[in-house]
Design a binder for this molecule. Structure first.
Ligand code: AMP
Length: 298
């Protein structure tokens, strides 16, 4: 496995690869502290290139942190990450430092898609998605990959990256990979490393509330139209009630949303597409967790 930490070197590697592009390249952007969720993206990447090249970037991107303490406490373990990637058969890992990525200091350019960035996580994390889109855009330019793999765990991020790629006509195919969970259901996240055993029990309520939403809808005879659409309010209340049981959870948002517009679902509204995004963001102590589930009636 080749490890590159200089941007100059990465660009040379990418140019050379493009000149004799007999092999497809798939990129998996990450912030490191890798877990099975990240490794599932690597597997997906390898499956898509069909024996081609798989590259992973590890960069804790300051531009997407709107809270200095969160950035400071973000877990890191480069040595462990490199071992995992080597074992997973990754060809190239890009591990730049902040100066390499932002040689002119903190980025001032703003990347926005207002109708989506002003929803869900964007409400409490101003500037977060601008930072995400900027780094992903730049990684696409530098690597020039054929495919880029992103997890559905960060659903809003995935949606925004798709919009950016389409509207800027970036020649990259964005591929979504499903959420990988721990045995009990907690979505894997690098931030889980900051949870103790009690925190984990509290955090499990997030998955349980999402699963409950799925089960209720599954049993509803007329899907979203059950009880004249009131099923939507019922599910929202059920989710909130389940989350309340975890006394130390501080819920930021929870409920059913339109998976394309991220608007909250409301009874009576015609549902296009016939799916709902059940989504939750909540703090356990100082650790902010997000999770979601795409649910559809039987
Ligand atoms: P991060 O390192 O948290 O920025 O995540 C890097 C990529 O891994 C993103 O595309 C995430 O959506 C994805 N990812 C993170 N956690 C999971 C998970 N539990 N299952 C699937 N993908 C994930």
């Amino acid at each position: 496995m080749l490890q590159i930490d200089s941007l100059e070197e990465l660009k040379k590697w990418a140019d050379k690869r493009r000149c004799d592009a007999t092999q497809k390249l798939a990129l998996v952007p990450t912030m490191g502290y890798l877990h099975e969720g990240h490794l599932s993206l690597v597997k997906e990447a390898k499956a898509h290139t069909n024996g081609g090249l798989c590259a992973v970037s590890i960069f804790v991107n300051p531009a997407q942190f709107n809270d200095a303490e969160d950035l400071d406490k973000y877990p890191r373990n480069l040595e462990g990450d490199l071992e995992k990637l080597e074992e997973a058969g990754v060809d190239l890992v890009f591990t730049p430092n902040v100066r390499e990525v932002y040689p002119h200091g903190a980025a001032k350019i703003v990347m926005d898609y207002p109708s989506l960035t002003n929803k869900l996580c964007g409400i409490t994390r101003p500037g977060h998605f601008s930072g995400v889109l900027l780094i992903v855009h730049n990684l696409f330019l530098w690597f020039q990959p054929d495919y880029a793999i992103f997890g559905e765990k960060d659903y809003q991020q995935l949606l925004l990256i798709r919009k950016m790629t389409t509207e800027l006509a970036l020649p990259v195919e964005v591929i979504a990979a499903p959420i990988i969970r721990e045995k009990e259901g907690l979505a894997m996240s690098s931030r889980n490393a900051r949870l103790n055993d009690d925190d984990r029990k509290e955090a499990l309520a997030i998955f349980e509330a999402l699963a409950l939403a799925g089960e209720t809808l599954e049993k509803a005879p007329n899907g979203f139209q059950t009880n004249g659409g009131e099923i939507i309010s019922e599910i929202n209340s059920q989710m909130i009630e389940r989350l309340k049981v975890a006394k130390r959870l501080k819920v930021e948002y929870a409920g059913l949303y339109n998976p394309e517009t991220l608007e909250p679902l409301t009874p009576g509204q015609p549902l296009q597409p016939q799916k709902a995004l059940a989504a939750i963001a909540a703090f356990v102590g100082e650790v902010r967790l997000i999770d979601n589930m795409l649910i559809e009636p039987r």
